[in-house]
Every structure is written in C-alpha cells, then in structure tokens.
Design a binder for this molecule. Structure first.
Ligand SMILES: CC(C)(COP(=O)(O)OP(=O)(O)OC[C@H]1O[C@@H](n2cnc3c(N)ncnc32)[C@H](O)[C@@H]1OP(=O)(O)O)[C@@H](O)C(=O)NCCC(=O)NCCS
Length: 236
C-alpha cells in the first residue's frame, strides 16, 4: 500500500482524538478483552515514565494501523504490546509498513532485545478473525524466532491469563543477549500486571523454560514443532 503516513505518539497529550480513534478503530476490534485493557488504562501508559510509544499508520487522516511498544524490565528489553491493521484493511502491507519503521527504531534505539507475544497456532484455532498461523508467518518474514511457550499475565484484576502463546524474539542487537534479561522482563511484566510476583506452578515453569532459552537465538518459526508446549496445570 503506497502513500501511508506515520505519526508517533509518545504522550497522551499528543493528538488525543487520534489516540482514541486508534484504540477504538484499530486495537479494540483486533484484540480480545483479556489482551487489551480498557481505554483509561491504555491511555495512562502512553508516554510518561513508562515510555510506551504508539506508531500510527495513516491513510490520509484515517488511522488504519498501529503498533504499541513499551520498555519492560531492564532498560534494554522492549515489548511489542500490539501490532494491528484495521479490520478490512489487512493483507495490504500496513503491518509490514509498521514493522519496517519499528525495526529501524530498534536498530537505532539501543534495545538489546525486543519481544512479542503471539497465539501459538497449535493451541488457537483459525477463525474468521483469528489467523494464528498467518500471523506467525508474518513475523517469520522479519526473521523472528521463538524463545519459548508463553502465558500472558492477567491484565486486569477480574481477567485471566492468556495461555497457549509463544514469546517471540523480534530483534536483538547482538547474537547473544545477557542471560538475566528475559527473566527480569518476565518478572517485571507479571508484577506490573498481576500486582505481585506469582508463586504458582505455571509461572515457575515459564521462568524455567525461558531461562533455558537465553542467551542464544530462539528456534526458527519453521521449526515450531521443536518447542514443547507449556504442559502444566494452571492451578489458578
Ligand atoms: C498480523 C497483522 C498485524 C499483519 O498486518 P497486515 O497489514 O495484515 O499484513 P501485511 O499485508 O503487511 O502482510 C501480509 C501478511 O500478514 C499476515 N496476515 C494478513 N492478514 C492477517 C490476519 N487477518 N491475521 C493474521 N495474519 C494476517 C499474513 O502472513 C500475510 O502474508 P500472506 O499474504 O503470505 O498470507 C494484521 O493482519 C492484524 O492486525 N491482524 C490481527 C491482529 C493481530 O493478529 N496482531 C498481531 C498480534 S501479535
């Protein structure tokens, strides 16, 4: 898709009407309630000390795609929280346009490691709205690798964790990242989302598996079958 514009929002006071449209028209229709907090919580994270940044793809004045990133844990780790093209505008290069800008920022921005959470196609069926294998192929084109099975922490006090996910390595500045980074990222994310470091078996197994994944590159997406599922009773 040609002639897309790009706006970078790193403060809730930057174009608040545009930010609201991004939330309502791009993000909310693209993610389940357990994966996207409410508006108040979302807007509270943009900019400020948290450092959340929103990249908006514009077709004229229309927001048609968005990517949201935040530093998480040690300063060198960034989480790609959300990447979406507006429903009805998918498969037209908008996601690739945003990924191109993200990769440029990461190459020049000093992040040692950038990670993303995606549904594991072995655990989530394809539906009209949900195409886990296609999404994984999208990330494969950017040479992402699989760090291991993943569980998204519960983002709200009445929500549940999202299971059957994968943690992807989207970018690393060096072939090997320091071994402690992934553990610190995981702990920071769960404490932030769930209020305290969890003590359950699922979290412990997640930490154990990720500890085994660093510091080398992850598993190629084509070799996903080499990544065993997180086979543990959630018990919560
Ligand atoms: C995944 C997504 C960001 C890709 O953006 P896009 O603009 O549709 O993708 P592009 O046109 O740049 O690239 C095309 C590739 O994207 C993937 N893709 C396209 N539509 C998709 C969809 N509805 N769901 C999942 N992946 C899709 C495919 O790999 C496609 O390649 P293919 O043509 O060989 O099948 C976008 O489809 C989307 O918003 N999906 C729903 C939300 C989501 O899954 N976000 C990622 C969460 S981690």
């Amino acid at each position: 898709m040609s002639d897309l514009g790009l706006v970078i929002l790193d403060s809730p006071d930057d174009e608040p009407a545009l930010l609201r449209r991004v939330f309502d028209e791009v993000l909310r229709p693209s993610f389940a309630p357990a994966e996207l907090p409410g508006w108040e919580s979302f807007v509270g994270e943009v900019g400020g000390e948290g450092g959340e940044v929103v990249l908006v793809a514009l077709d004229g004045d229309e927001p048609i795609g968005a990517a949201v990133t935040t530093p998480c844990g040690p300063a060198e780790v960034t989480l790609l929280c959300y990447l979406a093209a507006r429903p009805g505008a998918r498969d037209r290069g908008i996601g690739s346009f945003l990924m191109g800008h993200l990769l440029d920022r990461w190459r020049h921005g000093g992040a040692a490691l950038v990670v993303a959470e995606v549904h594991d196609p072995r655990c989530h069926a394809r539906t009209d709205d949900e195409r886990p294998a296609d999404r994984l192929r999208f990330y494969d084109r950017t040479d992402a690798t699989v760090l291991g099975p993943w569980v998204q922490p519960a983002l709200t006090s009445d929500g549940d964790r999202v299971r059957g996910m994968l943690l992807l390595d989207l970018f690393r500045s060096e072939p090997a990242v320091p071994a402690h980074l992934l553990g610190e990222f995981t702990e920071t994310y769960f404490v932030f989302a769930e209020g305290a470091e969890p003590v359950d078996a699922e979290y412990a197994e997640l930490r154990r598996r990720l500890a085994a994944a660093t510091p080398g590159p992850g598993v190629a997406i084509d070799d996903l079958d080499l990544v065993p599922l997180l086979d543990v009773d959630p018990g919560r």
